[in-house]
Structure formats: C-alpha cells, structure tokens
Design a protein. Sequence first.
Length: 410
Amino acid sequence: MTTPDIAARRVLGAIAALVVGTLTLSACGGNANADANTDAKNGGGSNTTTKTSTAKIVISAKDGSTNASINATGVQVSDGKFTDVKMTVAGSGQAVDGAISANGASWKPKEQLERGTKYQISATAKDSAGKTAAANSIFTTVTSSNSFIGTYTPDNGTTVGVGMPVSFTFDKVISDKKAVQSHITVTSSTGQQVVGHWFGAQRLDFRPQDYWKAGSKVTMKIDLDGVQGANGVYGVQKKTVSFTIGRSQVSTVDVNTQTMTVVRDGQTLKSLPISSGSPEHTTYNGQMVISEKFTQTRMDSRTVGLGGEYDIPDVPHAMRLTSTGTFIHGNYWYNQANPPFGQTGTSHGCVGLADVQGAQGATNAKWFYDNSLIGDVVIVKHSPDRTVDPDNGLNGWNMSWSDWTAGSAA
C-alpha cells in the first residue's frame, strides 16, 4: 500500500522528468530560423535568420542553349559586384578575353564570338555584406547554317562620292524581308529621306531620291542580331557604321562627241577625250557609280563572255562601273593608225582615257583617277546601247523614285 507522501513524491518526479524532457527536445531541435553563423558567446538564443547572398547573376546565354548571340552574350549582376568572370572555349579551355565594367555590374567579351562554337562562363559576385553568389553556363553560339550575314558597302569612316548607295549582300536567301529591312536604318545629317529597295532575295540597297548632299554624314545602324530572316535562320550583326559624303563630282560621257566633261560642285573642271565602245561592243547608257579603283588590273575577255579577244595584264587607272565588267580606265594600246584618240569608239564597252603603260606620267587617265572617289557618278549618254540595269553594279539611280520605293519591304 502506498502512503500519501510516497505518491506525492512520484507525481513531482514525473512532472520534473517531463520538464527536463521538454528542455532537452528544444535544445536538440534548435530554431529553424537561426543564423548558421550565430556565435554562442554572443547569445545562442538569437532570432537572427540565415541569409544567402542578395547578389543575382544573370548569364544572357542560358545553360544548354544552342543559338546564343555572338554579339550580345555577357553577364550582369544586380545587388552586388563581380569578383571574377571566366569565359573559355569548352573542351579546349582556351580563354576568351573580357572585361568587368567600372561599376562591377557587368562583363562582356572584348571581341565578337565565333559562330557554332561551344563556350563556358563561370561568374562569382559579392553583395554588400560580402556574401558570395555564383553562376555557370555552357552554351553554343548560333551556327553558320542557322545564321545570315550581310556584306555591306561603304565601310565605316570612309569618304565617298554623292552617288554611293548603301548596299547589302546577304549570304542566305531572305524570306522575311520586312523584318530584316526594318532592323537596318540609314539616316543623313541633312535629313534626306532614305529608302531601301530589294533586288531579289539577297540584296538590299538604300539611297535618297536624289544624290546625297555634298559634305553630309550618313549613319547606318545594323540591329540584325537575333532577327529571323528565314525559317530557322537568324542575323548575327549589331553595329553602327558612319561615312562621309565628299564633294559632288558627276562626269558625263557623250558618245556622240567622244568626250567626258567633269563637273565638281557645279563647276566644270575638265573636258577629256575618251574612247567608248565600238559599234560591235557598245557602252551602256545611264548613271553609273564608281565601285572599285585599281591602279593596275588584269582584264581578260574570257571573264566577261567574249572569248579570247583580249587579255591585258596591266590595265592602268581602272575604275569599275558595273559588275559585268564595264570600267573607265587608262588605255595605252590605242592603235595609232585609227583616228586620233577621242574621235571614235574602239573599246569592248568600257570608257577609255589616254594613258601610258605602267600607270606613270601626267596623263588624262591618271588625272581622272586621282581626282575620283568611290561613289562618284559617271553618266553615259547618246550610246546606241540600252540603259544599264539598276542592279548591275551600284546603279540604282537608273530607277525612278516610285519604282525604287515600290521595292521597299518596310
């Protein structure tokens, strides 16, 4: 039989055991919100919560992606600053040079990336509390087969004549012309309206209604990176190009009189005797733009479908007027048994100027060559031939403005 005192002691003991058990469970379980870095000496019972870094790193090319941009790929961080960013060619480990911005918030490669190449980016950053964040990505840039590039003229920083159009030739057929054209803008410092015109599915030219104003500056903004030009084919170019229009020089060749009159800024500089195409090989009529210049070049009739009629290895002072082989150039082989130079046409369609072999000496051809810019206009009139096609060279000026604008997709 249990006495009252013994029963009371057992009840008190049980209560004490429950209290001790409860304290033990609390000590082992801990506070789920406790800071992992809490120092017991400074109060182990603190309610401070565990925090990760607030820095958020974003790599533009997502891990595993296969169509990454070769221009816009980079890394950014918010609420923190980069401490290190490494980019390598996956597999080889070759480093890709890049730079962290002055404010520590971004990083980008110094050079354009290669197409169809696998890269790896590893980035670390710290927030204001010194806590570290990290991010990694392995990706592949857009391949050549899934991208298009436009070769364009004129080049950045050049000075060209008043007839020089902006001309793009794309390495792939463009089916979405509107998308591509709308991501290329061409503007003039004089405010001239500039409109694009498509010649087929791979060439896009831009020009104003009339020749560019002398001394103006033209700016071309190419924003094709990521633009879909055809099914599964994307642009990779993003840049701004500027060029300057020089003085106005337009030269007029009159086949009837076998002369060329050179007019600069409204003033006649010279009238020069020329030799146009013969009756069998006439010269095109129309407005033609000088697109290339060669101090000396080889001219072979077989390259223009004329058989073996001529092959001259050192044609002096040659300037291209059409893509099919029309030049204005020096002529040192003129047959002196013919009427004097400038009285009859003897060429195979080119415009000849008196010259000497070796491109030396103060000749008419050298003078005209030295005084001409790429983009200058040469007009041929009164030839029995037809007018040159607008897409044969940079010769869109031979199209009316209404026809030109009708060929715009934007």
